[in-house]
Design a protein around this ligand. Sequence first.
Ligand code: SF4
Ligand code: SF4
Length: 101
Amino acid sequence: MAVKPIPFNTETVMKCQCTKCPVQADSACVKGKMSGMKAAMMKNPLQKEDVPGMYCSTGRATCGDTDFSKMCICMTCPIWEEYKLAEGKPMGYFCRDGASM
Ligand code: SF4
Ligand code: SF4
């Protein structure tokens, strides 16, 4: 169980490392969302389908063209530490396996 609910807001999106992750690096779908991030971040509340990250909070990715043979880098993320995600499930790959519980 994550120690507390992980908020999905501009502050946590800024900390999320998913946009640097090799799993998403070659995804045309993710690149498309990245190009719309400025507008996406102006929305209140943020919309899950606009943001290619924060999967530990919002659950599985809406992009399908990701490469899970590559390494998840959630362990390098400040949110991982702050919300003790190593104590929850799944252990990373939230984009594939759903939000941290
Ligand atoms: S733990 Fe992973 S999914 Fe959650 S904010 Fe960090 S990089 Fe993104
Ligand atoms: S949840 Fe992990 S594997 Fe998925 S994009 Fe974020 S860092 Fe990469």
